[in-house]
Design a protein around this ligand. Structure first.
Ligand SMILES: Nc1ncnc2c1ncn2[C@@H]1O[C@H](COP(=O)(O)OP(=O)(O)O)[C@@H](O)[C@H]1O
Ligand SMILES: [Mg+2]
Length: 303
């Protein structure tokens, strides 16, 4: 079931089109990551979904209804540290935010303790927020998004500027939420390993446009494909090239006609190309493996 649906969203600031006609959806229980360079429209998209920005065009639906009518179904955290009251403790902050949503009593008190424990914040629960580290504050902010128990959680760069420990805590919490709680999460981030390890789907934005919208699995499948460069001792004849192309190995003969590139998933597949070259009496000078990683893939899409 589609929980968040963004259709043909456009947001302009004067001459600048911050979000340029984007459409995507997030299914129930999934984590969708929005990646993209600074200024690509991530925050504008998330703010539009939670009705903090009125788009110029397009529609946003939450559980099939116009988002203006569904604000009670979602909680959002932007630059976490600003959502908190610095002169209150984590416990008081959580109690206050639950109270705004009409939640209180013993059940909430227990839940606050549980959440703070899960976030490794138990020993800081009665310390004023302004005495906490950035990572701790960020964790309190995310706990605030969870205390209200909404079906949908939007997180704008939840791990920005965090130390390794806080980053790991947040990553584990996100994994825990989606595996055990059937919540739908949309988060923006620069952390590619967060997307790789936590997200089901990914949207990559560049200059306000979607350049990739796919499952992380598919995207990683593209990354697992390795490129081998085979340099040959001699220049290929037209007849050789035709033979190689007709062998359907997914090779590319380079312009100089003395090297071939082939994209393969299993390293053994390189032998297929070697066999074809052998049949044509073509000698190999060297074989090099070129690395493709998620980062390079991402840069390919955004540059
Ligand atoms: N309130 C605003 N007024 C004018 N321009 C804005 C405003 N908010 C964002 N922008 C511009 O819109 C573009 C997208 O911004 P943003 O959505 O914040 O990107 P991201 O979150 O991906 O870094 C940027 O070029 C930014 O400068
Ligand atoms: Mg942003």
């Amino acid at each position: 079931m589609k929980v968040i649906e963004v259709n043909n969203l456009v947001k302009k600031y004067g001459n600048l089109t911050a979000v340029d006609n984007i459409s995507f959806s997030v299914n129930q229980g999934c984590i969708c990551g929005i990646l993209g360079p600074n200024g690509s429209g991530k925050t504008t998209t998330i703010k539009s979904i939670c009705n903090l920005i009125i788009p110029d065009k397009g529609s946003i639906k939450i559980f099939g209804k116009n988002n203006t009518k569904s604000m009670n179904l979602l909680s959002a955290i932007f630059d976490g540290t600003r959502n908190l009251y610095w002169r209150l403790t984590p416990k008081e902050n959580l109690r206050y935010f639950a109270g705004i949503r009409g939640l209180g009593g013993k059940k909430i008190e227990n839940k606050i303790d549980e959440l703070l424990d899960q976030f490794n914040l138990t020993d800081k629960k009665n310390t004023m927020v302004n005495e906490l580290s950035r990572g701790m504050r960020q964790k309190v902010a995310i706990a605030m998004a969870l205390i209200c128990d909404t079906d949908i959680i939007l997180l704008d760069e939840p791990t920005l500027g965090l130390d390794v420990q806080s980053y790991m805590d947040i990553k584990n919490i996100l994994l825990d939420i989606t595996t055990n709680m059937n919540k739908t999460i949309l988060l923006s981030t620069h952390a590619m390993d967060l997307v790789e390890e936590v997200c089901d789907d990914v949207v990559i934005l560049n200059q306000g446009k979607i350049v990739v919208n796919d499952s992380v699995g598919n995207l990683m499948g593209m990354v697992k494909r390795k490129t081998y460069e085979v340099n040959l001792l001699h220049t290929l004849s037209d007849e050789n090239i035709e033979y190689i192309i007709n062998s359907h190995l997914g090779c590319y003969v380079m312009e100089d006609k003395s090297s071939i590139e082939v994209d393969i998933i299993d390293s053994k597949e390189i032998y297929n190309l070697i066999d074809v070259l052998k049949q044509q009496n073509i000698f190999i000078k060297e074989i090099k493996q070129k690395e493709i990683n998620f980062q390079r893939l991402y840069l390919n899409f955004t540059q």
